[in-house]
Write a protein that binds this ligand. Structure first.
Ligand code: SF4
Length: 289
């Protein structure tokens, strides 16, 4: 049995008293609801996901309901979360769950990995949070806490390594493994933040290797993220929003919202290639609209 001062036990106990009341943490939420939350949280922050998740689940409470929705409606409802390929993959996942799993979210990581848009992280998270399995869930928050508290590193490396994964696996308790993942993720989100960690409020302050070492500036060098303003990603977002706001968006409407012709053409071509927009004679529309 783990000692009460064991860091894993300490973090789980901290979580019991400090966790945020997020809508998908309600014990009544179905595996489908948790799957939807994981898709939304892949690249969008909790504050923006929470209200969207609530309206989404009212509209499409099951995989079956979403599987029957026109893709255009799904893309429109996704607006505001960014990275709309996820909406298309969630829609495809709903259809796969209906056709191959009788409408029920599968519970094994191998089955989850067979769904569109479900990678290793998402499969592990759904298995943990929907089915209470002791999987190794490693998002950026968890990786940062483990890097600091156990490895005296200011930040984890840019890419997950095998040794990091096997070290993290050793920390997961067989009993309450899912609780541990939720707890350490929350600690990273609220206390052990990327900038200015709140060490004086942290339950690990007496054992944290990085704090004990005097918080050395030893983070691995990372490439700078490209800025969003003026990027191809911003162009895609603006064009997709314009197409979604009208039954048919004309060429001139598209030209009016993004002046750079080369970038506009590139963004529109990538939206069409991704299946997010359809070109018709007089302009552009969403699929199935
Ligand atoms: S003591 Fe500070 S650096 Fe260490 S885990 Fe807690 S918040 Fe992070």
């Amino acid at each position: 049995m783990a000692h009460k001062d064991d860091p894993v036990t300490v973090v789980v106990a901290w979580f019991a008293d400090n966790k945020r009341e997020l809508p998908w943490r309600d014990p009544e939420v179905t595996a489908w609801g948790i799957l939807v939350s994981e898709f939304m949280l892949q690249q969008t922050q909790v504050d923006r996901v929470a209200p969207k998740w609530l309206t989404w689940m009212q509209r499409w409470p099951t995989a079956d309901a979403l599987s029957r929705a026109p893709l255009g409606d799904v893309l429109r409802a996704w607006q505001g979360l960014g990275y709309p390929r996820r909406a298309m993959r969630l829609h495809a996942t709903a259809q796969r769950i209906v056709s191959e799993f009788a409408g029920t979210v599968p519970s094994t990581q191998a089955e989850l990995l067979s769904l569109p848009g479900v990678g290793h992280y998402t499969a592990a998270a759904i298995a943990a949070f929907a089915f209470h399995q002791p999987t190794v869930v490693l998002d950026t928050n968890i990786r940062r806490v483990i890097a600091r508290a156990w490895s005296a590193q200011a930040m984890p490396s840019a890419h997950l390594t095998k040794s990091e994964e096997s070290f993290a696996a050793q920390l997961v308790p067989q009993r309450d493994g899912a609780q541990w993942s939720a707890a350490v993720m929350e600690l990273g989100a609220l206390i052990c933040t990327a900038r200015n960690p709140l060490c004086s409020q942290c339950p690990l302050q007496n054992s944290c290797a990085w704090l004990v070492a005097g918080q050395p500036d030893n983070a691995p060098v990372r490439r700078k993220q490209p800025t969003f303003a003026g990027s191809d990603r911003q162009a895609r977002g603006v064009l997709l929003r314009t197409v979604s706001e009208a039954p048919l968006a004309s060429e001139s409407a598209i030209e009016a919202v993004w002046a750079d012709a080369l970038q506009r053409e590139k963004a529109m071509t990538s939206l069409i290639n991704d299946g997010l927009v359809i070109r018709v004679n007089q302009g552009y529309c969403l699929p199935d609209s």
